[in-house]
Each structure stands twice: as structure tokens, then as C-alpha cells.
Design a protein around this ligand. Structure first.
Ligand code: ATP
Length: 135
């Protein structure tokens, strides 16, 4: 039998899913990181981006808004502020969030929190990418 990794994606609201997967790639702050069975134990910080995993030879995408990934004993736990499977992403909402964030980043209004707008932009871009609409 093929070796698998037990992948869990957890947010403060819920357990998004638990799946047995063949491999995954996480959006680490230092770059994308591939994880195969028998990976060494580790904790990685995540940036907003796309988590990809392979199951039954098929690739699946999940948008994550940043958080942590812990790997040990062929188990990977993703703890994210927010996470959505590609099929559950509301593309129109993400497009609006992107435009709102860009408007704020371009604004000269000194009351605008640019770091917050940039983080919102990164979440929106991650959602659009996971949904397969990189516009
Ligand atoms: P928005 O401004 O549209 O609310 P946001 O980036 O501020 O976007 P978050 O605070 O990251 O939203 O997420 C709040 C909740 O809404 C989370 O449960 C997240 O999974 C969900 N969510 C946010 N945007 C989307 C989207 N485009 N499609 C599906 N779920 C979304």
C-alpha cells in the first residue's frame, strides 16, 4: 500500500477537512515547500497562498490566509486564520476584496492602514489563484 500523509486543515471556526493525501505543497513564508511521506518533523509559517495536495493522482487546491503548518509522523496540520477549498471560493467576493484593497493601497488618505490593505490583497489574490482565476 502506498504511504500517505494525514492532512488536516483547521481554522478557528472549524475543521475544514481531514484527508489522506499522497503529497502536499504549502505556501511557506520562505517559499513553496513540498511534503512527502516520511518528511522530517517541522513547523513552518505560512503566508497567504495556495495549498496544493495530491489525492488519488488528482491535484486539489485550497486557499489559506496564513498561519502554521506542523508536520510529524506522516501527519500535516495546517492551522490557518481562514481556508477555503477551491470549489467553495466566491470569486466575485474575492475580486471585490482585491479591488477594495488596491483602492486603499493607491489612496493618499493617511488614515488608511496600508499593512492591513496589503494583507487583504494577498488573501484575495490567494483565493483567486486557488479558484483558478488569476486576474
Ligand atoms: P472579505 O473582505 O471579502 O470579507 P477577507 O479577506 O477580509 O475578505 P477573511 O477575514 O479572510 O475575509 O475571512 C472571513 C471569512 O470569510 C472566512 O471564513 C473565510 O473563509 C471567508 N471568505 C472570505 N472571502 C471568501 C471568498 N472569496 N470565498 C469564500 N469564502 C470567503
Amino acid at each position: 500500500m502506498a504511504e500517505l500523509i494525514a492532512l488536516e486543515v483547521i481554522t478557528p471556526q472549524r475543521v475544514l477537512f481531514k484527508e489522506q493525501v499522497e503529497a502536499l505543497v504549502i505556501p511557506g513564508v520562505e517559499g513553496r515547500l513540498g511534503i512527502l511521506p516520511r518528511h522530517a518533523p517541522m513547523v513552518a509559517l505560512l503566508r497567504p497562498g495556495v495549498l496544493t495536495y495530491r489525492q488519488g493522482g488528482q491535484l486539489h487546491k485550497v486557499a489559506v490566509s496564513g498561519g502554521f503548518c506542523e508536520v510529524s509522523d506522516d501527519r500535516a496540520v495546517i492551522l490557518a486564520d481562514a481556508a477555503e477549498r477551491a470549489a467553495d471560493i466566491d470569486v466575485l467576493r474575492a475580486r471585490r476584496a482585491k479591488e477594495r484593497a488596491l483602492r486603499r493601497l493607491r489612496s493618499r488618505d493617511r488614515r488608511i492602514d496600508h499593512a492591513r490593505a496589503r494583507a487583504a490583497l494577498e488573501r484575495a489574490l490567494a483565493r483567486l489563484k486557488a479558484a483558478g482565476v488569476e486576474d
